[in-house]
Structure formats: structure tokens, C-alpha cells
Design a protein around this ligand. Structure first.
Ligand code: HEC
Length: 112
């Protein structure tokens, strides 16, 4: 009987951990975001003189990035950010930008 309870606890804990992992993925992957940002955004945003000016995770705070992705506007509001890249990929870029924002524990530029 005791053993049975122990096994049940293990199974329930594994289930909860699995759910937590799944929701973390749904909220976006920092690693994928870095990849997509380099590939899609960086060509227009690598330097101050680039077409879109310098944009890296460091150019905004965590709150500013969340707001920016929520508004879904790009290029001074002239287009949707989701027209640049589909929303299911933007979630990863958002995760990357927030994780490395200027006020994040790990500030980081796009690198490369
Ligand atoms: C084809 C070129 C191009 C691509 C690709 C591009 N941008 Fe931009 N982006 C621009 C231009 C142009 C502006 C306007 C710059 C200005 O203010 O003069 C801009 C502006 C911005 C700004 C400043 C605020 C705003 O919206 O005006 C942010 C932040 C930004 N882009 C993020 C991104 C992200 C994230 C991606 C990738 C998903 C991306 N951009 C892809 C050209 C691009």
C-alpha cells in the first residue's frame, strides 16, 4: 500500500513537470527565437545605419518588448509584425527578446 502511494506520487509529479514544460514551449523558445531573429529580422536591423535601424533584445526593456509584440505593429505602425513573420514564429522571437532585454538578468545582443 505504501509503495503504491509512492509510485502514484512519482507519476503525478512527472505529469505536472510535463505540463510545465509544455506551457513553457507554448510561450516560446528562446533558442528558436534567437535563430528566427538572426535569420528574419537581423538583415534589416543589424546596425544603426541598417534599413530598419539597430534592433536587438537590448534596445528595449522586458515590458517594452511584451507591449511591442502584443501590439503587433511594425515599421512605425505601417504594417503588422505578423506580416513579417507568422505569429507562431514571433512567439519565439518575443521569448528571446524578453529573456535578453536591457533589464533582463542576461542582457545580450543578437550576436553573430
Ligand atoms: C525588410 C526589412 C525589415 C525586416 C525584415 C524587419 N524589419 Fe523591423 N523595421 C524595418 C523598418 C524600415 C523599420 C522602421 C525604422 C524607422 O523607424 O525608421 C523597422 C522598425 C522596427 C522596430 C522599431 C519600432 C517600429 O516598429 O517602428 C522594431 C522593434 C522592429 N522593426 C523589429 C523587427 C523584428 C522583431 C523583425 C523580425 C520579425 C523585423 N523588425 C524585421 C524594417 C524591417
Amino acid at each position: 500500500m505504501k509503495k503504491h502511494h509512492w509510485i502514484q506520487t512519482v507519476i503525478i509529479s512527472a505529469g505536472v513537470a510535463g505540463m510545465m514544460t509544455a506551457s513553457a514551449l507554448a510561450a516560446g523558445s528562446v533558442t528558436k527565437g534567437k535563430y528566427y531573429m538572426k535569420k528574419t529580422c537581423r538583415p534589416c536591423h543589424a546596425t544603426k545605419d541598417a534599413k530598419g535601424g539597430l534592433v536587438t533584445p537590448l534596445t528595449k526593456t522586458q515590458a517594452q518588448w511584451k507591449e511591442y509584440f502584443k501590439e503587433n505593429k511594425h515599421n512605425k505602425g505601417t504594417q503588422k509584425l505578423s506580416d513579417v513573420l507568422p505569429a507562431n514564429k514571433l512567439v519565439h522571437i518575443e521569448a528571446f527578446c524578453v529573456a535578453h532585454a536591457s533589464d533582463s538578468p542576461q542582457p545580450e545582443t543578437c550576436g553573430g
